[in-house]
Design a protein around this ligand. Structure first.
Ligand SMILES: Cc1cc2nc3c(=O)[nH]c(=O)nc-3n(C[C@H](O)[C@H](O)[C@H](O)COP(=O)(O)OP(=O)(O)OC[C@H]3O[C@@H](n4cnc5c(N)ncnc54)[C@H](O)[C@@H]3O)c2cc1C
Length: 276
């Protein structure tokens, strides 16, 4: 296997001009696909390029380099304090060994409907910064994810970093993943929610569901129904019905579509615990 380890972006752009070159971050998805006979060709590793790694806060926005490992994210005090929802999603992803290798950018570029960081990134309004030799583009995460297993990346382009506007400190952040077991489980359904409450009245809410549609699903109907209503079990039950109508789940080895639809609605009911 030909693998390259550029130490600068300039060297990377030269290598990416060669046909049949894939970039690799932690390799926890790419090497599995390669062993299955997919993704032959040259591999260009991103791990030695310092600009692509690290967590920085600037003017209320957290910028996370694409090759920041999930372990590094868990160890970031800012992520723990200001983005508890992302912290929780990462803590439940894979195992410590996987998280030591796997990166945030790799999870996004794999664009799996079950990618555990994606619901939190949708709910937080994250943006993807894409770089090539000559261009820089910024896309909302929902535009970056083009479909199951597909992103908006063009040839010669990489995901450089992710921008996350930090929610107000008193915003509620909630993440829950349902899997078939407690550890090393691929999600059957998940919910990431960000809420702004005024007493027990919902003033603003963003709901992002994982594993219940080809890509993460923001449920606009349930968000609109809950806005300016109290966070009661009755209102959440009504919104859960809207969620069950909006999702587009599939049957697979982990769960049936019907089960996923039911669970997606049930996940919403949990928000009642945040009622003051
Ligand atoms: C045992 C095991 C358990 C797992 N459990 C989970 C789980 O619970 N939840 C979950 O969501 N995932 C899980 N995964 C999948 C995987 O670990 C994650 O998706 C991980 O975040 C991928 O990151 P990576 O750095 O290893 O990506 P890579 O394998 O390096 O890359 C993945 C894809 O993204 C592309 N890519 C990577 N970085 C960039 C970049 N910066 N710019 C452009 N393209 C890029 C690569 O070309 C490749 O196509 C698991 C994997 C294993 C092996």
């Amino acid at each position: 296997m030909s693998a390259y380890l550029p130490g600068t972006l300039t060297d990377l752009w030269d290598l990416l001009e060669e046909a049949d070159t894939a970039v690799m971050a932690g390799g926890t998805d790419l090497l599995v696909r390669r062993r299955a006979g997919k993704c032959a060709g040259r591999i260009c590793c991103l791990e030695r390029i310092p600009e692509l790694r690290g967590v920085q806060e600037e003017e209320g926005v957290l910028e996370i380099g694409a090759t920041t490992t999930l372990t590094d994210l868990l160890e970031s005090a800012t992520v723990a304090a200001r983005l508890p929802m992302l912290h929780q999603a990462v803590r439940q992803l894979g195992s410590p060994l996987v998280r030591n290798q796997a990166t945030l950018g790799g999870n996004m570029c794999t664009a799996s409907p079950a990618g555990d960081t994606l619901p939190a990134l949708y709910a937080l309004g994250a943006q993807a910064v894409l770089l090539s030799r000559r261009t820089e583009r910024v896309l909302d995460v929902a535009e970056f994810i083009a479909g199951p297993g597909r992103t908006a990346l063009e040839p010669g382009e990489i995901l450089a970093r992710v921008r996350i506007p930090l929610p107000e400190p008193n915003a509620v952040q909630h993440f829950e993943k349902v899997g078939r077991r407690r550890a090393l489980a691929i999600s059957v359904a998940s919910l990431a929610a960000v809420l702004r409450l005024d007493g027990d009245v919902v003033r603003d809410i963003r709901l992002a569901f994982g594993s219940v549609a080809p890509t993460v699903l923001r449920c606009a109907e349930a968000e609109a129904w809950l806005t300016d209503r109290t966070l009661t079990a009755d209102n959440l039950r009504h919104a859960a019905g809207l969620v069950r109508s909006a999702v587009l789940p599939i049957d697979d080895v982990r769960a049936t579509a019907d089960y996923r639809r039911q669970v997606a609605g049930n996940l919403l009911l949990r928000l009642e615990t945040y009622r003051p």
